[in-house]
Design a protein around this ligand. Structure first.
Ligand code: NAD
Ligand code: TDX
Length: 332
């Protein structure tokens, strides 16, 4: 397998995946398709522009996807509307990109008999209680809470149906919360880092007791690359690195790492339907494919991420004012 089509490769995880593949699998030929919506940033793949083909287009364009998929051996499908808060204001783009877009990808791989790896989220399982120890695994029933997670759940079901009904050669992975370079400033960790760098107080939703299971984006992507090569067709793999932390602890860690007082933040309006806790049991991936994460120290990974946002202000500054204006309107 050599020619790989990455959907959503100008977004956070897809762009990091392209960088990862160019570094670790130099025999792959990469094509990226991205519609460069608000979350797509061509600057994220600028340093590898001579090593990839870039196509600006929409994944729900069936004819375009058909022609791109025909020319490639495999598709790694990252493209999606990805932000919960946006899905609570305007759900339609989520239905369009996440459901119709995935349908279009599936029809392309079905027609041309190509390999697909579909990227999904742990949010399809809903949430766990704060005071329980259980984690999500591959047998956890689907129970999504938000328009975002329900459209991702819908896309997973489409993939499974295309595998069973049409013999499409696909795998699925569901990962926990990613952090690292090139993440849009609307997301929790980059929002707080760039707030501090802009002289704005970090914003914590509600009490901040909600728990997220943090994983460095390179660990997510090493797992995706492994599943693409060695994953069993039709299987789902959960990706996580035992990184549970509550939001209050993370915001305090960011403040103190950046030399500020750890209580120098504001509580703002909580997210409606806010999921309480996510936690991944990734033992299937670790045992069957021998995957292991590298970034085991969250504080160190966070320091590197803070350093990246400090040194790459020209990458995020153009999006900052618009993003904060949107949050201000929502009381957050
Ligand atoms: P992102 O919003 O940063 O990137 C998504 C990219 O897809 C953007 O570049 C956007 O322009 C593109 N895109 C969206 N709709 C498109 C369309 N119709 N046609 C073409 N391009 C389109 O999101 P991300 O955080 O990089 O997430 C990537 C994938 O990983 C998503 O499928 C998401 O559900 C999944 N995921 C994300 C996380 C996380 O913590 N960020 C965790 C688990 C799974
Ligand atoms: O300013 C903020 N303050 C705050 O307290 C923001 C933006 C968020 N939060 C809280 C909400 C969540 O509990 O931080 C937590 C993380 O928020 P997000 O970064 O919006 O991530 P989340 O909603 O958990 O979803 C993320 O992980 C799973 C990604 O955005 C999804 O694409 C992925 O599927």
């Amino acid at each position: 397998m050599k020619n790989v089509l990455i959907t959503g490769g100008a977004g956070f995880i897809g762009a990091n995946f392209a960088h990862y593949i160019i570094k670790n699998n130099p025999d792959y030929e990469i094509t990226i398709i991205d519609n460069l919506g608000y979350a797509g940033n061509i600057g994220s793949i600028k340093s590898i522009e001579d090593k990839i083909d870039f196509v600006k287009g929409d994944i729900s364009d069936i004819e375009l996807m058909d022609s791109l998929i025909e020319k490639n051996d495999a598709v790694v499908h990252f493209a999606a509307e990805s932000h919960n808060d946006n899905s609570l204001i305007s759900p339609w783009p989520f239905v369009q990109s996440n459901i119709l877009g995935t349908y279009s990808v599936l029809e392309g791989v079905r027609k041309h008999k190509k390999r697909l790896h579909h990227i999904s989220t742990d949010e399809v399982f809903g949430d766990l209680e704060l005071n329980e120890t259980s984690k999500f695994n591959e047998n956890t029933p689907y129970n999504p809470s938000s328009p975002y997670s329900s459209t991702k759940a819908g896309s997973d079901h489409l993939v499974r149906a295309w595998v069973r009904s049409f013999g499409v050669e696909a795998t699925i992975s569901n990962c926990s919360n990613n952090y690292g370079p090139y993440q849009h400033v609307e997301k929790f960790i980059p929002r707080q880092i760039t707030n501090i760098l802009s002289g704005i107080k970090p914003k914590l939703y509600g009490t901040g007791e909600q728990v997220r299971d943090w994983i460095h984006v390179d660990d997510h992507n090493s797992a995706v690359a492994l599943i693409l090569e060695k994953g069993k067709i039709g299987e789902t793999y959960l990706i996580g690195a035992d990184g549970e932390k509550n939001n209050k602890d993370v915001i305090e860690m960011i403040l103190s790492t950046m030399g500020k007082s750890s209580n120098d933040y504001e509580h703002v309006k909580d997210r409606p339907g806010h999921d309480m806790r996510y936690a991944i049991d990734s033992s299937k991936l670790q045992k069957e494919l021998r995957w292991t994460p590298i970034y085991k120290d969250f504080e160190k990974g966070l320091e590197q991420t803070i350093d990246w946002y400090t040194k790459n202000q020209e990458w995020w500054k153009p999006q900052k004012d618009e993003t904060e204006a949107k949050y201000k309107k929502a009381g957050q």
